[in-house]
Design a protein. Structure first.
Length: 609
């Protein structure tokens, strides 16, 4: 509900309180609260609800639509967002389970209802979703709290809390050479979607930027796919000054390549201030014991970001790569338009990528990347609970299959009252509770006290004379807001249909009983949330290296691992030598037997056996 509509509803309610409790006439109350006299009269006699908007009544109550909106938002925040069809199917299940009469074809809302629902609930809108791996979705607030606690202790212990120039971050990302098709401006009358020509190849090139918390950066480190360094050209021609490149078989960072970058590019480019901390991706960053020893020798600490949470705490992921990819695709598009017959390859990649680098690697963007991830200034609250809500699906102790806000009635304190005095308890608007027995039908005590509605009887009698296609046509017309000119039967059906949908009461007490806050008990069975079973895979017994990767504990673990691998390799080589020696002995024995047999055969031939 918009602020203007909500304010108008409050004025109507205040006017109704004046009429009911203070004996004011409808004309005086309408003039006092600046509302229409006829509209106030209709609300006072109970013809319409105090917060009713103009137009036909909605199929769902306001509270039910609010629950639907909350459900859509909650499921989306948990990483399992729903589509338009899912929403319409849920409404169909509700009205059919509740046996409500609707103008919808097959009880399923159409596009008109969907657009109206979205307009009535502006907190929900159709959005593009980002893919999230399951292992990342499992990151919880507790995981983040533990990591930030350890990182904060590390920063303070090494005196880096106020030294942004000594806090560095590096990460790699791939750039494809074809760009993206994207959206373009084209002829609106064309039936087919327009084409966008993509030059280049499907090859990717990896770039590793490195920058610190005060906005300083090092020239990029670029990885090309290949087995040998090209001799006929220099891939760095026209690129960012000071860039370095390597060639790997798959074009990705590996352990030897990372050591080369660390020893020959990172350390020489560092300012003289020490100590320095380098934030890297988890424990699988292709870093070995030799790299740790070199870092320790140069007073450089390597600290691992929270595993599987780099989309939350990795500055490059949070604030740099998104802008860099968009800018890269823009420059690819410009280059393709200017050079439609020339592909982008590793030969000219650096010269084209230079414009992207210079446009994005601005101090403001780099500093903001550290700030958004909560790394510097250190701020755990930068990562909100909504960002880790997908973990609720995998945390069985906190998963609920019902709405987190499943109240079915309005609290008296939530209804605004007159500013001058507080009305009696009997004047408070409350929600009429809906009760049904397990079979879904009204109890005998309820049905015996409810008189037959003549409007409903007349409507049912008319509907029974119509065929199903005709009834569907009439309901579709009402849903779409059209009439059938020249059809008296349709006009009579429409009047009875609207009369049946309009509440009919004549007492003042009905002013304070509204159905707008009713919620069907069926809704709780329909609005379900994703959850997992209690069965979980048994965790592998894997040695975990502390986040402070160049600390004494980490060095000891890695040294033990290295010694273990050396012993395993020595044992393997020993078994291989034993097998080879055994094979040689067997060959000698077999060779001796063959010689004896051959000697006997020759002797037999000589003696004429």
């Amino acid at each position: 509900m918009s602020a203007q509509t909500q304010e108008k509803s409050v004025r109507f309610q205040q006017a109704m309180v004046d009429v009911r409790d203070r004996g004011m006439s409808i004309r005086e109350a309408a003039a006092k609260w600046e509302v229409k006299k006829t509209s106030l009269h209709n609300r006072v006699i109970g013809k319409v609800e105090y917060d009713r908007r103009s137009g036909p009544s909605s199929i769902l109550t306001k509270a039910e639509e609010s629950r639907l909106a909350d459900w859509l938002m909650e499921v989306a925040q948990r990483g399992f967002g729903l589509t338009k069809d899912d929403l319409l199917d849920a409404v169909k299940k509700l009205v059919e389970a509740d046996k409500r009469k609707t103008p919808f074809v097959n009880n399923r809302p159409g596009n008109r209802w969907y657009r109206s629902f979205m307009k009535r609930n502006p907190s929900v809108r159709l959005r593009s979703a980002r893919p999230l791996e399951k292992k990342r979705a499992k990151i919880s607030s507790r995981d983040l709290d533990q990591w930030f606690s350890g990182y904060e202790k590390f920063i303070h212990d090494h005196g880096l809390a106020n030294c942004p120039a000594q806090i560095w971050n590096c990460d790699e990302s791939g750039f494809d050479l074809q760009g993206r098709a994207g959206k373009i401006l084209g002829p609106s009358a064309a039936k087919e979607k327009p084409y966008r020509v993509l030059t280049g190849t499907k090859e990717h090139i990896t770039v590793l930027p490195c920058f610190n918390a005060c906005g300083q950066w090092m020239p990029p480190y670029i990885l090309f796919v290949g087995k040998r360094i090209p001799k006929t050209y220099n891939p760095l021609d026209g690129g960012v000054s000071g860039s370095v490149y390597s060639v790997t078989e798959k074009g990705y960072m590996d352990t030897p390549t990372f050591y080369m970058w660390f020893a020959n590019h990172f350390i020489p480019q560092l300012p003289p201030q020490r100590p320095v901390v380098l934030l890297v991706d988890s424990h699988e960053s292709h870093i070995d014991l030799e790299t740790f020893e070199l870092a320790k020798k140069n007073n450089i600490h390597i600290f691992a970001l929270l595993k599987n949470a780099t989309h939350l705490v990795q500055p490059a992921d949070v604030g740099l790569f998104g802008a860099m990819k968009q800018t890269w695709y823009k420059h690819v598009r410009i280059y393709n338009q200017q050079n439609p017959n020339t592909d982008i390859t590793k030969k000219n990649f650096c010269s084209i990528f230079k414009s992207t680098w210079e446009e994005v690697m601005r101090p403001s963007i780099l500093v903001d990347a550290f700030r958004k991830s909560g790394i510097f200034p250190l701020d755990r609250s930068k990562i909100t609970d909504d960002q880790v809500k997908p973990s609720l699906v995998y945390n069985t102790s906190s998963v609920s299959t019902t709405s987190p806000t499943s109240a079915t009635a309005v609290s008296p304190s939530s209804i605004p009252t007159s500013s001058n005095s507080e009305p009696p308890t009997s004047t408070v608007l409350t929600a009429a509770s809906r009760e049904t027995n397990p079979s879904g039908t009204a109890s005998s005590s309820q049905t015996s006290s409810v008189p037959c509605d003549p409007k409903k009887s007349a409507f049912d009698a008319l509907e029974n004379t119509l065929q199903t296609p005709t009834k569907s046509k009439y309901r579709r017309r009402v849903e779409e807001g059209y009439d059938l000119p020249g059809s008296p039967i349709f006009m009579a059906w429409k009047q009875l249909y609207e009369l049946e949908a309009t509440p009919s009461t004549s007492s003042y007490s009905s002013v304070y009983q509204t159905t707008s806050h009713q919620v069907s008990p069926v809704l709780d069975n329909i609005l379900v949330y994703p959850s997992t079973s209690d069965h979980t895979k048994k965790a592998k017994n894997k040695i975990s290296v502390p986040n402070f990767m160049t600390g004494e504990a980490s060095m000891k673990i890695l040294l033990d691992e290295k010694l273990k691998k050396s012993r395993e390799l020595a044992e393997k080589q020993k078994r291989l030598r034993e097998r080879e020696e055994k094979k040689e002995v067997e060959e000698k024995e077999n060779g001796g037997k063959e010689n004896v047999k051959e000697t006997k055969q020759n002797k037999c031939k000589t003696e004429g056996c």
